[in-house]
Design a protein around this ligand. Structure first.
Ligand SMILES: Cc1cc2nc3c(=O)[nH]c(=O)nc-3n(C[C@H](O)[C@H](O)[C@H](O)COP(=O)(O)O)c2cc1C
Length: 199
C-alpha cells in the first residue's frame, strides 16, 4: 500500500512538514504490512496555476504545462492514500496547495452540458485521504476553510475522506515540535490510517 504525503507549506521543516512526517511515520510503523510512505513538498516543484484552457478534457492530462505536476501525477495515481497538509494562509490553503489542487482537474470526466455533470477517473479505486491544516489562532473561526478547501475537491475526485482537521495554536517555525501531545496524536492517526474504511 502506498501512502503519499504532500505538504503545501513554503516553510521548510515548519509545522506542516513536521505533522506530515509524523503522520507518515505512524503509518509506516502500523501493523499493516508492506506500507510504503513518501513525503513530497510542493515548494520543491514548479507548479503553474491552471489557466482553464480545458485542453485536458480531450487530452486526459495537462498538455498546457510541462512542469512539476508531470512528476506528481504518477505518484497520485499509484497512491491508495493521500495525506494533504497546508498551513492556513488568510483562512485558506497556501497558493502552492491551491495550484496543486486545481491541477488535479485532468482527472475529472466531464460532460458537455452546462452546468455539466462530472465524474472522476480516480473514483471507484478505493482511494482515501486525510487532510489537515495548521494555524496560529485557536478560535476555530480564525482557521477559516483550509481543511474544507482540501477535503471537498478530493471528495469530488472520488476519495473517501478518513479525517479532516485543523491543528491550531502554532505560529513559529517548529513550534509544534515542542508539543509532544499533538505529535503523539498525529502519529496515532497515522497508525490507524491504512485501516480507515469507507464502509
Ligand atoms: C501569509 C500568512 C497568512 C496567515 N494566515 C493565517 C490565518 O488566516 N489564520 C491563522 O490562524 N494563521 C495564519 N497564519 C499563520 C500560519 O498558519 C502558521 O504560522 C502556521 O504554523 C505556518 O505553518 P508552517 O510552519 O508549516 O509554514 C498565516 C501566516 C502567513 C505567513
Amino acid at each position: 500500500m502506498k501512502i503519499l504525503g504532500i505538504s503545501g507549506s513554503p516553510r521548510k521543516n515548519g509545522n506542516t512538514d513536521t505533522i506530515l512526517k509524523e503522520i507518515l511515520r505512524g503509518a509506516g510503523e502500523s501493523d499493516i504490512p508492506n506500507i510504503e510512505t513518501e513525503a513530497l513538498f510542493l515548494r520543491d516543484y514548479v507548479i503553474s496555476p491552471c489557466t482553464g484552457c480545458e485542453l485536458c478534457r480531450k487530452d486526459l492530462t495537462c498538455s498546457r504545462f510541462n512542469d512539476g505536476m508531470n512528476l506528481i501525477y504518477p505518484k497520485i495515481e499509484e497512491a491508495e492514500i493521500l495525506v494533504l497538509g497546508s498551513p492556513v494562509y488568510n483562512y485558506n490553503v497556501t497558493s502552492q496547495m491551491k495550484s496543486f489542487i486545481d491541477r488535479l482537474y485532468p482527472y475529472y470526466i466531464f460532460s458537455d452540458g452546462r452546468p455539466g455533470s462530472y465524474g472522476s477517473r480516480l473514483a471507484g479505486k478505493g482511494k482515501k485521504a486525510l487532510v489537515f491544516s495548521v494555524c496560529e489562532q485557536t478560535d476555530p473561526e480564525e482557521t477559516g476553510f483550509a481543511t474544507e478547501a482540501m477535503a471537498r475537491p478530493l471528495k469530488a475526485l472520488g476519495y473517501h475522506i478518513c479525517r479532516s482537521f485543523p491543528i491550531c495554536g502554532f505560529f513559529d517555525k517548529g513550534a509544534v515540535l515542542k508539543d509532544k501531545n499533538i505529535l503523539h496524536k498525529v502519529y496515532s492517526l497515522g497508525m490507524e490510517l491504512a485501516g480507515c474504511s469507507d464502509k
